[in-house]
Design a protein around this ligand. Structure first.
Ligand code: DGT
Ligand code: CA
Ligand code: ZN
Length: 576
């Protein structure tokens, strides 16, 4: 973490601590706002402080500027230290529990002495709570549901959070002399949507020394184990809880076998092992053996080959039919990141994005894309600054100018239009008809029964001008359960009306999820894989979307944004 992020995090925590104390709402908001602006500041805050420019950061007045200065000078903020003594960190973490707001938590803290998750659980199960003011039984049930998601989130880290951390760690390990072929294994390599830890494998002749160096790296907060071939640490810093990282170091002769073994999944490996047994072979993390003779081990390819199997891509290794398909030689030819020709779901400063149309298009062009659709929100998404008809027209003008100016990439005028609770869309048909790309999504009114919600989304599928349904189940991994929707009926309707379903690659979403995508493409439904990027860097989330699609056995042909510009435009215009 750099200083900007550290200070932003502390301000965020102060804000949360104040809200649990039920302090002045202006003060609570001031800290929150400053935290956001500092985290989004495009320059080093230390430099800004040196130039006496702290108060020019929006939301940072004299008082907060002094606190920033204090942190830069002393590494501490007295107010934060003071608050921490009254309000434990563990308590404000509970604000992440869906269904439990600051007001309720404040009451529980002040009147029922709740200071931790276990306190909260005890109180919710006790009798006192039933007489506690303002907490209806329904509310208690909601909080309990929120707690179960919260607990899961503490155990498993989002793919999109773990992946960039693993890349930094891999780079660091590659810098240890004598290491080679450092890669992720485990669930992260399989692109599971959440991971319990980061498994890393490297090759070296000097295994013990490599493990030792690994456990002494600067990101290491705690060492859990350190042996001759395996090290286990918590990566993090003083402000963050951290994530477990396991490193295994093997010699080159066992690299492939170890990679196969530690990539898992366990269920896949069980099947692989029994297949080996049937062939009179033995397989472990060192190699494949016939009696005492080693027949494979250096590469994963040769490990699978020795069992009479083609290479099975890691994303498929979940014992979901991949062994059978491999034996019959019918494994899918999975889509690859390089097949993607453009992004069809992005936001800009016109709604709630942080970059302009021009900036998004330039970044997309750098990724080698042929097109990008700019799909800002519609008016009902008030918080997201959705576009009125008037602003939509202004945006169109700016977009057309940008499209003329920037050569080598086609900028498509789109919208992510709200599907309103009654199933109607947030723009009239005659407006939708004029747009190049229409993605329809649910952004509000999540609490509906499955029948009503399914009908609501199906009316969008039936609208002649809609191209795709965005993040079709509305989940936020570790945070919010999907709304209730009959996915089979959605797939059926999408097929009937020739509409696409989205695999949204934004890291908290990954929606459709792997099993649902697989169902969709098996039924013959086309998908789009998009990032929902709200800033230029988020265009890189395409990797997560493609990973999720690969877990859903998706081939290139099922994905519309693998089409060349001309073919894509033809498909899009079928709905005009
Ligand atoms: P996670 O960490 O829960 O997100 O999922 P994984 O798949 O990364 O599981 P992990 O970290 O416990 O182990 C990494 C891989 O090592 C796992 O996918 C397969 C292999 N492995 C670990 N323990 C066993 C075991 O007892 N039997 C077998 N066959 N393989 C194992
Ligand atoms: Ca793991
Ligand atoms: Zn959306």
């Amino acid at each position: 973490m750099n200083k900007n992020q550290e200070i932003a995090l502390i301000f965020e925590r102060i804000s949360n601590m104040l809200s649990v104390l039920d302090e002045n709402p202006f003060k609570i908001r001031a800290y929150k706002k400053a935290a956001l602006n500092i985290s989004e500041l495009g320059e080093d805050i230390v430099e800004r402080a040196e130039q006496d420019g702290l108060t020019s950061i929006p939301g940072v007045g004299k008082d907060l500027a002094a606190k920033v200065k204090e942190y830069i000078d002393t590494g501490k903020i007295t107010e934060y230290e003071k608050l921490s003594k009254t309000v434990p960190l563990e308590l404000i973490e509970l604000l992440r529990i869906q269904g439990l707001g600051p007001k309720t938590l404040s009451l529980l803290f002040k009147e029922l002495k709740v200071r931790s998750l276990s306190d909260l659980e005890k109180v919710l199960d006790g009798d006192e709570i039933l007489e506690f003011r303002g907490l209806a039984e329904k509310k208690i049930k909601d909080i309990k549901k929120g707690i179960s998601i919260f607990k899961e989130s503490k155990e498993r880290t989002l793919l999109g959070v773990a992946l960039p951390i693993s890349e930094l760690i891999i780079n660091a390990i590659e810098n240890i002399p004598g290491t080679e072929g450092t890669v992720v294994a485990g669930s992260l390599r399989r692109f599971r949507e959440t991971v319990r830890d980061i498994d890393i494998l490297t090759m070296s002749d000097n295994t013990e020394e490599t493990v030792k160096e690994f456990t002494q790296m600067p990101f290491v907060k705690d060492v859990l184990a350190s042996g001759s071939t395996k090290g286990s640490v918590i990566a993090g810093d003083s402000l963050n809880a951290g994530i477990q990282v396991d490193l295994r170091v093997v010699g080159p002769e066992s690299y492939g076998a170890a990679l196969q073994y530690f990539s898992g999944s366990k269920a896949h490996n069980v099947r692989v092992r029994s297949l080996a047994t049937k062939k009179g072979l033995k397989i472990n993390e060192y190699g494949v053996y016939k009696g005492d003779k080693k027949v494979a081990g250096e590469t994963e390819h040769e490990v699978y080959e020795s069992l009479g199997l083609p290479f099975i891509p890691p994303e498929l290794r979940e014992d979901r039919g991949e062994i059978e398909a491999a034996l019959e030689n019918t494994l899918p030819d999975l889509i690859e990141l390089s097949d993607i020709k453009g992004d069809l779901h992005t936001h800009t400063t016109w709604s709630d994005g942080k970059a302009t149309i021009k900036e998004m298009a330039e970044s997309a062009k750098k990724l080698g894309y042929s097109y990008i659709a700019i799909t800002d929100h519609s008016p009902s998404s008030v918080i997201a600054n959705g576009l009125s008809l008037k602003r939509l027209a202004l945006k169109k003008k700016e977009l057309e100018e940008a499209d003329k100016k920037i050569k080598g990439i086609k900028i498509l005028m789109g919208t992510e239009v709200d599907i309103k609770p009654d199933g109607t869309l947030d723009y009239p048909d005659k407006v939708l008809k004029e747009l190049d790309v229409v993605i329809a999504s649910v952004h509000s009114g999540f609490k509906m029964d499955i029948e009503t919600m399914t009908e609501r989304i199906l009316s969008a599928v039936r609208n002649p001008y809609v191209h795709a349904i965005g993040h079709p189940t509305g989940r936020l991994i570790n945070e919010r359960d999907p709304y209730e929707v009959d996915i089979d009926r959605l797939i059926e309707a999408a097929l009937e009306h020739g509409k696409a379903l989205e695999v949204n690659g934004s890291y908290p979403r990954l929606d459709l999820k792997d099993l649902h995508v697989r169902k969709a493409v098996e039924a013959g439904v086309k998908i789009i894989i998009s990032t929902d990027a709200h800033r230029t860097e988020q265009l890189l989330q395409m990797k997560l979307g493609v990973g999720t699609a690969r877990r859903g056995w998706v081939e290139k042909d099922s994905v519309l944004n693998t089409l060349e510009t001309k073919e894509l435009l033809e498909w899009l215009s079928m709905y005009r």
